[in-house]
Ligand binder design. Structure first.
Ligand code: GDP
Ligand code: IMO
Ligand code: MG
Length: 454
């Protein structure tokens, strides 16, 4: 593409089962980027941003919105609940963040209607013990309608008559399914339409093609940051299917979502915690079910940003992490929440998966049932007694923490370029001299100079 340079772009995505700290990383870097794009998922995501005494929870709007200088975009592979987006925009407004003239929603993004949410809940209930543990936001049913080619897309928000006719027809069809298949209460269509009409009035000025806008940023030499939601192990194709979300979280999804060449995406930075968490059902090989798990949950405040559900906690899974490096082609890793491990006597890391017949697998099997049967093979590393909270220089880390980082790098084969030692922007260190680390340093340096936060 003319004038476009992938050198200027960067892609930040989840390397585990979501909630790795993508919001913090995107916010930290976004003052160094003119444009920030969310490319997948919907308001199943919850991305937390903290600095000073400020606290934001973003669900649909890219985390870059906090920086007054960032232009934000929502891509075609997103599913957008108009009511949730209006509420999020209002909430941002109350906190002094104005999205006017700074947020564009692709007309190709799929709309989530209230009846999608009702279907999500009814289907989950019907699955009983094998429920996926979805966020109940209507994500799966909306992507299903997209694949069925009967979804409403965001462009319809600009056409009140079509919105009325198409949303009514789709909700009537959903209501038949709710009543006949699940014996569930139908959605009140008149009430839903009233809310949708109001939302459409607020949102229609935001609808616009994003591919040409991103091209223009490229031609002006303005760097673009792509923000993924969920994580590789929740990817529809490459995660622990069927215990996954209904979109792709991989870097390639960003090119599909924006309608831009894949070469414009730039390197992929995988965000991973120093341990792992998962919300909802499905196999989770390194899960800790004793008091050490409870301790990680409390110290790490592992309760969902979106649903408030307690997150399942486990030891760092280097097998899943290596797989993430391979399938997403990660150029480096941002290792988050190192401080949560402070004070543990020893720290375990899964370095292999052993099957029932004694074979050690190098990668997670494609079948979730097979994954549920494997036993992790652990290596134990010494912990550190002192706190790492808020440390911003590698040399200030306890030697055992530095050894932990080196062990990770050896196993993953890519550099750890960023280490996070607390939830706040400022509780971060950038590590090493790789090209990616220098790129991050440049962006963070811009942050310090910009001070362009509300
Ligand atoms: P996301 O979905 O990937 O953006 O992650 P979430 O925001 O859902 O969850 C990450 C949580 O960890 C949030 O509550 C963050 O404020 C918090 N957090 C991020 N980095 C750190 C860190 O280094 N240390 C600690 N203690 N908390 C962190
Ligand atoms: P962020 O972007 C963690 C999980 C749900 C459930 C499965 C399917 O904050 O990392 P869905 O509602 O998508 O149909 O649920 O995926 N899930 C997430 N877990 N972080 C997320 O987003 C998630 N989005 C979906 O808990 O197990
Ligand atoms: Mg989250």
């Amino acid at each position: 593409m003319k004038g476009h340079s992938s050198q200027q772009a960067l892609l930040v995505l989840g390397g585990q089962w979501g909630d790795e700290g993508k919001g913090k990383v995107v916010d930290l870097l976004s003052a160094g980027f003119k444009a920030v794009v969310r490319y997948n998922g919907g308001h199943n995501a919850g991305h937390t941003v903290k600095f000073g005494d400020r606290h934001f929870a973003l669900h649909l709007v890219p985390s870059g919105i906090i920086h007054a200088g960032s232009r934000c975009y929502m891509g075609a592979w997103m599913v957008v609940d108009p009511l949730a987006l209006v509420a999020e925009i209002a909430d941002l407004g109350e906190k002094g963040v104005d999205v006017n003239g700074r947020l564009t929603v692709s007309p190709r993004a799929t709309l989530i209607l209230p009846s999608h949410q009702a279907l999500d809940l009814a289907r989950e209930q019907a699955r009983g013990a094998s429920s996926i543990g979805t966020t109940g936001r209507g994500i799966g049913p909306a992507y299903q309608d997209l694949a069925q080619r009967r979804a409403l897309r965001a462009g319809v928000l600009t056409e009140p008559d079509r919105l009325e006719a198409d949303a009514t027809a789709l909700m009537e069809s959903h209501n038949r399914e709710l009543e006949l298949l699940f014996g569930a209460a139908p959605v009140d269509i008149a009430q839903a339409m009233k809310s949708l009409r109001q939302a459409a009035r607020v949102l229609s000025p935001l609808v616009g093609e994003i591919g040409p806008a991103l091209n223009r940023h490229g031609e002006r030499g303005e760097p673009i940051l792509f923000e993924g939601a969920q994580g590789i192990m929740l990817d529809l194709y490459h995660g622990t299917y069927p215990y996954v979300t209904s979109s792709s979280c991989l870097p390639g999804a960003a090119a599909v979502s924006c309608g831009i060449p894949i070469a414009t995406l730039g390197p992929a930075l995988g965000v991973m915690k120093a341990y792992v968490t998962r919300v909802g059902g499905g196999p989770f090989p390194t899960e800790i079910e004793d008091e050490v798990g409870d301790r990680l949950r409390e110290r790490g405040n592992e309760f969902g940003t979106t649903t408030g559900r307690p997150r399942r906690c486990g030891w760092f899974d280097a097998v899943a992490a290596r797989y993430a490096v391979r399938v997403a082609g990660l150029a480096g890793v941002a290792l988050m929440k190192l401080d949560v491990l402070d004070g543990l006597e020893e720290i375990r890391v899964a370095v292999g998966y052993k099957t029932a017949n004694g074979r050690v697998l190098a990668e997670p099997p494609a079948d979730a049932r097979k994954l549920a049967e494997i036993e992790p093979v652990y290596t134990t590393l010494p912990g550190w007694g002192t706190t790492t909270r808020g440390i911003t220089r590698e040399k200030d880390l306890p030697p055992a923490a530095r050894a932990y980082l080196e062990f990770f790098e050896d196993h993953l084969g890519v550099p750890i370029v960023l280490v996070s030692t607390g939830p706040r922007r400022e509780e971060t260190l950038i590590r090493g001299r790789s090209a990616l680390a220098e790129r991050l340093r440049h962006a963070v340096h811009t942050v310090q100079e910009a001070a362009a936060t509300p």
